[in-house]
Design a protein around this ligand. Structure first.
Ligand SMILES: C[S@@+](CC[C@H](N)C(=O)[O-])C[C@H]1O[C@@H](n2cnc3c(N)ncnc32)[C@H](O)[C@@H]1O
Length: 259
């Protein structure tokens, strides 16, 4: 599986927000933030799309990301947020700094999700809340032309994405309580091959699924698509898994920072 270079993706990343509205994700996020203007951290904040959305509802916002080019764009839209380059397994904030921590479409990129979740438990205050939103290809409920025409992407996704149940287990192991998962977004979509090409969906940078596979696997999928010119169908769900920091911190500061 090839690593995804988000510095190369940054220039086209926000096209996904022109193609899809993500209303369910936005409302789940705003509900998660809630009233009370909580201090909020986004992990893998990318171009700052979600930090900009939550700005009116938070007193303090911070985001971190590995990619300088993604952060550069975030600086233009999430103007009140503290933005830093960092990796999810070593969050550069003090213990108990935040009331909310979330990651959207990012957890599957993190090399050590367990360490990331422990780090979130550390930087959250008692009673603080965590949420991650993403696909769950292991649930077997979705259909996606990307997986049909690029089978190596499906294989990669089954490895990259943790099943929701596993995320809940990691949350409990890190000292979170009341973990729960729900579908926040159901996105059925159909496009002709020409429309998909016009909208940039066949650009490898449009989705990490097309970047983790080899050049040969990509070329073979494109050859089939061009020969068949099919209607491209997607029926995807995004799942939100959330939990709250329990009364007692079971996490030992520093333990997650070991690489
Ligand atoms: C699919 S994008 C999602 C961006 C944003 N959350 C959104 O939904 O618009 C994933 C982001 O995770 C970042 N990322 C990948 N691995 C990371 C890591 N180990 N630590 C921090 N950020 C990481 C990437 O640079 C990228 O910006």
């Amino acid at each position: 599986m090839r690593p995804v270079d988000y510095d190369r993706v940054a220039a086209v990343f926000d096209e996904r927000y022109a193609r899809n509205r993500y209303d369910g994700t936005e409302s789940a996020l705003l509900q998660f933030i809630g009233a009370g203007r909580p201090a909020t951290l986004e992990a893998g904040c990318g171009t700052g799309h979600w930090l900009a959305r939550i700005a009116p509802q938070v007193e303090v916002a911070a985001g971190f990301d590995l990619s300088m080019n993604m952060l550069e764009r975030a600086r233009g839209v999430a103007i009140q947020a503290a933005l830093v380059r960092a990796t999810a397994e070593r969050i550069p904030f003090d213990a108990g700094s935040f009331d909310r921590a979330f990651a959207i479409n990012a957890l599957h990129h993190f090399a050590d999700p367990a360490a990331f979740i422990r780090e979130c438990q550390r930087v959250l205050r008692v009673g603080g809340k965590f949420m991650t939103i993403g696909l769950d290809p292991n649930a077997g409920r979705d259909q996606w032309w990307v997986h049909d025409y690029f089978p190596a992407a499906l294989e990669a996704d089954r490895q990259r994405y943790l099943p929701a149940e596993r995320i809940r287990d990691l949350l409990e192991a890190a000292g979170f309580i009341e973990p729960q998962t729900r579908v926040t977004e159901h996105m059925p979509a159909e496009r002709s091959f020409e429309q998909a090409e016009r909208e940039g969906l066949l650009d490898r940078r449009s989705t990490s699924q097309l970047m983790v596979i080899s050049d040969e696997e990509f070329a073979e999928g494109m050859r089939r698509l061009r020969a068949e010119q099919p209607v491209l169908r997607a029926d995807l769900r995004l799942y939100a898994t959330s939990a709250r920091v329990g009364d007692r911190h079971s996490y030992i500061p520093g333990a997650a920072a070991v690489h």
